[in-house]
Design a protein around this ligand. Structure first.
Ligand SMILES: [Zn+2]
Length: 263
């Protein structure tokens, strides 16, 4: 909600649940209604005064980037709030990065300390993912296995935080409609079919047949448990940052997200 202000701001305060209760009480709303609207007092929310428990659970992720000689190990530890109750929530609490390579360590230490502080402040921390994924390395970034383009090391860190937040249920994949999913499946199947046909046709027998474009020959798309791997000749999709764009029926089509130049 945006509020237009026509005077200078001389001071401000955030409306607290108590203020709301007072305002409601002023309008003579029954007490039961007020209480129902207040968050119940024994639900613990994340805030910076929550002390670190002795033991935290977490995950360590490995980054192997061509920009670094040694791998980076990213550990994100989580705190579980309101354990065992219906308000149980797992949230990130701290992040560390370890590596043999100490070249950039002052920046890495600074970044992880600030990220940990953001985690412990509470509230929505998912904005970190968007901020970090939008960092571009002036040297041009690099490709990860599977053809996913990483514009920088910071962006890869952002995508690790994203994976982690998804794994603990704080972030969710944008809903892909059933129609879009079946469209992608259809395009993949059509592409596979076509490359199979090209493979079966031996060059000597092709006389009367109209020859399909040769570039699609002996390329396969395998759909694995992790997702799909795409034909080696595929080019970069600017929508999903994956090397999965092929030419189908004269039209650039992404076999990963379904993006098509021709709509
Ligand atoms: Zn795409």
């Amino acid at each position: 909600m945006s509020v237009k202000i026509e005077k200078k701001i001389k001071g401000y305060a955030v409306v607290t649940p108590e203020d709301k209760a007072k305002a409601l009480a002023g309008d003579a709303v029954p007490r039961a209604v007020v209480e129902a609207e207040l968050p119940s007092a024994d639900v613990i929310q994340m805030h910076e005064r929550i002390e670190r428990p002795e033991v935290l659970i977490g995950s360590t992720y490995k980054i192997k980037s061509p920009l670094f000689e040694h791998a980076l190990y990213v550990t994100i530890n989580d705190i579980v709030l309101n354990a065992g109750s219906e308000h149980e929530q797992r949230r990130p609490f701290e992040i560390f990065i370890n590596s043999k390579n100490m070249d950039h360590f002052q920046w890495i230490v600074a970044l992880t300390r600030i990220m940990s502080a953001v985690f412990r402040k509470g509230g929505d921390v998912t904005f970190l993912v968007d901020e970090m994924k939008a960092v571009f390395d002036p040297k041009g970034g690099y490709f990860k296995a599977g053809g996913v383009y990483m514009p920088s090391l910071v962006a890869e860190l952002g995508s690790i935080v994203e994976d982690h937040l998804k794994s603990i249920g704080l972030m969710h994949d944008p809903e892909m409609s059933a129609a879009q999913r079946s469209l992608i499946a259809e395009k993949r199947a059509a592409y596979e079919q076509r490359s199979k046909k090209n493979n079966e046709m031996s060059p000597g027998l092709g006389g009367a047949m109209a020859s399909p474009p040769p570039h699609a020959a002996d390329e396969d798309i395998e759909v694995t448990g992790e997702g799909a791997s795409f034909p080696p000749s595929a080019t970069m999709c600017h929508k999903c940052n994956t090397q999965a764009v092929v030419i189908m029926d004269g039209c650039a089509t992404c076999l990963n997200c379904g993006y098509s130049k021709c709509g």
